[in-house]
Design a protein around this ligand. Structure first.
Ligand SMILES: [Zn+2]
Length: 419
């Protein structure tokens, strides 16, 4: 991403309650959160050069901003979105609430297929405008790094177009974007009855075409989507092409996805509502992160994966918005963290780590999710004095200020602590 670095300019953010999210990796969640009660952060040339207690802060900064005790976190990381789409699914939700089941709607060409049609029909500039709006909506909550999946293209050219748009979104400098190829999202209508031909196209054409445009590949591995054998074939091919891998697994049925992702050394396993204990243990041993998606389990009325089972299996947890038109129309990442606390049983500290440090790990970004000397100065400042307010409040948490690569990109006027 091209962000002007503020050469020869230094900025000291002071009188801040900082959650660096950069504590020792073997510590408990509170230790990993790395709280500095009365802290300061020195930024130079777009990077953090020092963070610690205010009393020990280096002097001589060109600019000093007094944060008056506000909470500062690393810019939040959303590890799972489908934000490049056109069309609306409002009517579909209205019908489902009126009792029409999802299978009937899907048989009529609704569901993912309807978003695929609308997205294919939309012009590139329209998709870019919509995507940029959604990225700004995420940023209002303090998000500075976003995983963006393709998946509403369905053919090589349309999927590649979405990945190119994801790169263009990144270049806009709203937030950092990590593009993921989700070629195997739903079987496109023209491949009805020809599943193998479609998987061939993903492996032989989409994956090679995506190299250089995507950093990872994803598969929707579930009942009604792609089988475990198809998922294995696609993700192996992606690894062969040098991409990281992850998958949507166990949302409706446990097909053995967690075990496969552990075997492949995937970055993350996403959803996991139906995951078995054996699968979670395999993930824990392999260091595969869980990405929990409360917007989806809430919309679908499903029981969430339990944090206690994940903890016992040694699985680190991340939380994403799953921003998509069908099952999770939200850009409010702190709200998702707050729902993960209520529904799945994460502690407040685990929830903060789940949308910063662990989310960055889940998308393979070593440069995000922590406030640490040497890393880009991506910072989110909130009016609350306790950082845990993010996972405590049910929505409403907007950033007071956001810095991206040392540049202030969100600035709200006079505001006050609510919680
Ligand atoms: Zn998803």
């Amino acid at each position: 991403m091209l962000i002007a670095s503020w050469m020869n300019h230094s900025l000291l953010l002071t009188r801040a309650r900082i959650a660096t999210c950069a504590g020792p990796d073997d510590g408990d969640p509170t230790t990993r959160l790395g709280l500095v009660d009365d802290g300061a952060i020195l930024v130079r040339d777009g990077r953090v050069t020092w963070v610690g207690p205010r009393a020990e802060a280096p002097s001589g900064a060109d600019e000093i901003i007094d944060l008056e005790g506000r909470a500062v976190l690393p810019g939040l990381v959303d590890p799972h979105t489908h934000l490049l789409f056109a069309g609306s699914r409002i009517e579909e939700m209205a019908r489902r609430r009126a009792g029409v089941d999802y299978q009937t709607i899907a048989a009529e060409g609704g569901g993912i297929a309807s978003t695929m049609r609308a997205t294919r029909a939309a012009g590139a500039e329209e998709l870019l405008t919509r995507g940029a709006r959604r990225l700004r909506a995420l940023r209002r909550h303090g998000v500075t790094c976003v995983e963006v999946k393709s998946g509403y293209g369905g053919d090589v050219a349309s999927e590649l177009r979405l990945l190119v748009l994801a790169q263009r979104l990144d270049a806009l400098g709203i937030a950092r974007v990590s593009p993921t190829l989700l070629g195997a999202h739903a079987l496109p209508a023209e491949y009805e009855g020809r599943r193998e031909a479609f998987v061939d196209a993903v492996v032989d054409e989409m994956i090679p075409a995506a190299v250089g445009f995507a950093s990872a590949a994803d598969v929707y591995c579930d009942e009604g989507a792609f089988t475990l054998a198809e998922t294995r074939r696609i993700l192996r091919a992606a690894q062969g092409a040098g991409l990281d891998v992850r998958a949507h697994v166990g949302q409706f049925a446990d097909l053995g996805g967690p075990e496969l992702l552990a075997e492949l050394g995937a970055l993350s396993a996403d959803h996991l509502e139906q995951a078995s204990t054996r699968g979670l243990q395999a993930m824990g041993r392999a260091g595969v992160r869980a990405v929990l998606l409360p917007g989806a389990w809430r919309t679908l009325g499903q029981a969430p994966p339990e944090a206690e089972r994940l903890r016992r299996a040694g699985v680190r947890m991340a939380v994403g918005t799953d921003l998509n038109p069908g099952t999770s129309p939200t850009s409010d990442l702190p709200l998702c963290a707050a729902l993960a606390v209520r529904d799945a049983g994460l502690t407040l500290e685990e929830a903060l780590l789940a949308i910063t440090r662990e989310a960055a790990k889940a998308i393979g970004r070593a440069d995000a999710g922590r406030i640490e000397a040497g890393l880009p100065a991506d910072l989110a400042v909130y009016d609350e004095e306790d950082p845990r307010a993010l996972a405590y409040a049910l929505g409403d948490v907007l950033a007071h200020g956001v810095w991206l690569g040392g540049k202030r990109v969100v600035e709200r006027g006079a505001s006050a602590r609510i919680w």
